[in-house]
Each structure stands twice: as C-alpha cells, then as structure tokens.
Write a protein that binds this ligand. Structure first.
Ligand code: PHE
Length: 486
C-alpha cells in the first residue's frame, strides 16, 4: 500500500538530481542514435528541427515532468493521479503515467541490445578484435558481431544483469556519481576525436553536413524523427525524469536544473556529431548507413590515430557507463510503482522486471540474426520498439503532459512547484499551453499527411498575440487577487 504521508527518499542536494538526470539523458541517444539519425535524415535540417524541438518541447516538458514528480511524490502513475486529484481533475489522466511506464520499458528492451554493442566493442578493443583498415572491414566485423545470437545475447544479457543488480541493490546514487567524472571524460574523448577529425580531411564536409540548412532535405518523416529524438534524448515521457523528480527536494530550482541537463545533453550530441562525421566523410562512408554507423566508423579513427587503442578503450568504457546510467533510469518508474503498490521489495521488483525484460530484449536481439526475416511492414521487432516509442508514444505523452499542466491543473500548483518569476512563469505557461501542443500536433498532422506545414507560416503573429495575453494575465492575476482580497 502507498502511504502518502511517508517521506520519500531524496537526492543528496541539488547536484544529486542533476547528476542522475544528466546520467539518464546523456547516453546512447547522444552518441549512437543522434549521429545515425542525422545521417539518415540528411543532416543540417534534421539538426535544426531537433534543436528547435529541444527548446520548444523538451525544456517545457522536462520542467513540467519534474514538477509533477516532485508534487506527486511517486511513480508516474501515482504522481499524476495525485496531482490531478489535488486540482479536482479526473483520474483518466493517470493513463499518461501508464503510457510513460510502458514506454520506458519498451525503450529498455532495445536499449540493452545497443548497450550490448558498446560492451562488446569495449571487449574487442581490449582483445584486439577490431583490426581492420577499411569501411568494409568494419562493416564485416559489425555484421559478424550481430550474426551470432549467442554472442549478441551474451552482451545484452550482461547489460540486463548489471542494470538490475544496480537497481535492485538501490545503489544508483553511487553509479550516478560516476557521471561527475564520466561526463567530463566523455567530453574530453569527444574533443580529442574532434581535433583528430579536424586534421583528417573530412572536417569541412562534416561541418557542412551538420550545420548547413537545406530545406529540401527536410521530409515529414524526418521532422517526426527529430521531434521524437528530442524526447528520447532528454528521457522524457518515459517515466524516467518524472520518477527522478519525485525524489527532488523542495528547495531545488526546477528551471535551473532543467537547463543544466538540456544544455549538457545537447552539447554531447553535437560533439558526437562533430567527432563522427569527419571520420565518415574522410573514409568515403555513407552517412545513412543506419544503426551501425558509429560502430563501423569510429574504430577506423582509433586504428589510425596516435594512442588510438587507449582512446578507443576509454571511449567505449565511457559509452558503456553512459548507457548504464540511462538504462537504470528506465527501470526506475516500473520498480518504484511495483514497490509502492504491490508491497514487494526493491530487489524482487528489479529481478521480476529483469526477467520480463530479458525475454523481450532477446526477441529484439534476434532481429539481427535468426529473426532477420521476421518483419512486419518492413520493420523488425527491434525497429518497431524504437519506432513506436520515439515517433508516437513519447510525443503523445509529452502532449498529454503539457495539456494537463497548461489547462487542467490548478494554476497555483504549478506556480508553487516551479517557483519562477512572474515573467518566466508566463513564458513557461505560454510554452505549455500553445507552443508545445501546437508544435507536436502540427508535426503529427504533417507526418500523417493530414496537413502540411505551410499554414504554420501564419503562426508568428498568432503566437505573439497569445504570448502577450499570457504575459498580461500572469503579471496581473496574482496582483489582482491580492488587491481584491485586501
Ligand atoms: N536519454 C537516453 C539517451 O539518450 C535514453 C532514455 C530514454 C533514457 C528514455 C531514459 C528514458 O540515451
């Protein structure tokens, strides 16, 4: 049974939360997924939409999720139910919590496979298994690594076990502290590779590819992918950030923490792009090579650069750690819901979740070998898990969260939790009421072929008018109330 009055575990101060949330956000999404998606969707335009989505959707949704978690002090399902009830809202809103929990779990089912790649490449680096001199050699090594289900299964099982050991023992805090050396370490490794890339001959092409805006390359599918990735990379709408927020002390500033996490996450992604694409262009590799992109390109750089083996080992150590600090955050919502509601211990909850995870992730792992022909509408099970969560469930969950906060909850609740100045609060309100929902809906409609983006050109005026109304309302309403009550 839940005991609402029971004090909930809290982070050790503001940094505890920042480390954990950064650990959750920075992961394979930044170093593995961002570069390969940028490659697939044509570069600069994708990057621009992704950055716009981080600002217009990611930041407001993250602030809201942390606030909901802290106010509701529970797993996404319990927290949303409590906060909504407090404002006299209806319980169906807690469906958002269910969807978030399902989403976090589904992501985990393919995430452990990719984390397994990172661990296996660390092993290859250590054991000299990455000797190869061309893109073809590297593609063959990546292919061989996937072809044997026992090999691939070994690594994803290992990731599953480590994740559940950490979560079951409740020692996340210890692991999350590693973010304080891992993040600077990762940034340093990426910097070294960027400097190497700057001399490798592919740097100009990489810069152009990443930052030259070419509207022609912007497909509806690419816009949807960029929006989904903004949610994915910030660990939103998947229970992770909301549940972490439920452990946040009252006095921590939600606005500042959110900005810290979002900036760190974005920097790592952009740096990963700058580190990887020079290698790709210098070696004449195809940017749209798919999920194997970093595993087929980076080892080539490690082969060629001075102290490459050492750097390669350090790089994969950090990538594997970054993957773990993300994977533990994906389990947290489920484990916290099970322990709060089912009266079972943390350890039982973690291992129970782990067994189900192992079964489903094994099916996802088989997409790369024995199940190569098991496709539905051209997608493997692995791809379906990624597609459903990133393209649809997370943006839909994000939409739900902003609508709940913008229109359903009592405005005092959010004002109290966020503790922003009137102007900043008005800005937040304006984002969650208008910019974020309209942005999400328009990208959805565009992807479904129901509407095109052209009418969005009319927006600036509409949005400006709404902004002014929100600002005036915000600044005057508390004052008005005070005057009326006096
Ligand atoms: N943000 C993580 C990454 O970029 C992935 C993640 C998604 C973590 C959802 C938690 C929840 O790797």
């Amino acid at each position: 049974m839940t005991n609402d009055a029971q004090p909930r575990t809290q982070w050790l101060g503001r940094w505890g939360f920042v480390l954990a949330a950064t650990g959750s956000a920075v992961g394979l999404g930044n170093v593995w997924k961002f570069p390969y998606m940028t490659g697939e969707y044509g570069g600069g335009a994708f990057v621009l939409v992704y950055l716009a989505c981080i600002l217009a959707l990611g930041v407001p949704v993250m602030m809201t999720e942390i606030a909901l978690g802290r106010r509701g002090r529970g797993s996404p399902i319990d927290a949303i139910r409590r906060v909504t009830a407090e404002s006299g809202g209806r319980s169906p809103w807690s469906l958002l919590g269910w969807m978030a929990m399902a989403c976090g779990f589904m992501i985990l089912c393919f995430y452990v496979v990719v984390a397994g790649w990172s661990f296996s490449y660390l092993w290859k680096m250590l054991s000299g298994g990455l000797a190869g001199t061309s893109v073809d050699d590297m593609a063959a090594i990546f292919g061989a690594n996937n072809a044997n289900p026992f090999n691939l299964g070994f690594w994803s099982t290992l990731v599953t076990i480590i994740t559940m050991l950490i979560v079951g023992k409740g020692v996340q805090a210890g692991i999350e502290k590693s973010v304080s050396w891992m993040m600077p370490g990762m940034v340093l490794m990426l910097l070294i590779m960027i400097v190497y890339g700057a001399f490798s001959g592919g740097f100009g092409d990489a810069l152009h590819f990443l930052f030259a805006f070419n509207a022609g390359s912007l497909s509806s599918e690419g816009m949807l992918a960029a929006m989904g990735h903004a949610f994915f990379t910030l660990s939103l709408a998947s229970g992770a950030i909301l549940t972490y927020g439920s452990y946040l002390p009252r006095d921590a500033s939600i606005g500042r923490t959110t900005l810290t996490v979002a900036v760190a996450d974005t920097l790592v992604a952009l740096m990963a792009g700058l580190a990887i694409f020079p290698v790709i262009f210098a070696n004449g590799m195809e940017p749209g090579s798919g999920p194997g992109l970093i595993f087929m390109s980076l080892p080539l750089a490690f082969q060629a650069m001075p102290l490459g083996t050492l750097f390669g080992i350090l790089f994969f150590v950090m990538l594997s750690m970054a993957a773990l600090t993300s994977s533990i955050s994906m389990v947290e919502a489920t484990v916290s819901w099970l322990t709060d509601n089912k009266g079972i211990s943390r350890r039982t909850a973690a291992w129970g979740t782990g067994i189900v995870l192992w079964i489903i992730s094994t099916l996802a792992m088989l997409s790369f070998n024995v199940g190569a022909d098991w496709t539905l509408a051209g997608k493997h099970f692995f791809d379906w898990l990624d597609y459903l969560t990133s393209r649809w469930m997370m943006p839909l969950g994000g939409l739900g969260v902003v609508l709940l906060a913008g229109f359903v909850l009592n405005s005092e609740v959010m004002r109290e939790e966020l503790g922003l100045s009137p102007v900043m609060h008005a800005l937040w309100l304006f984002m969650v009421r208008y910019v974020s929902p309209l942005g999400i809906v328009v990208i959805f409609l565009d992807a479904l072929g129901i509407a095109t983006l052209e009418f969005a050109v009319q927006w600036p005026w509409l949005l400006l008018a709404l902004a002014v109304i929100t600002l005036i309302g915000e600044i005057t309403s508390p004052r008005l109330k005070r005057t009326l009550c006096a």
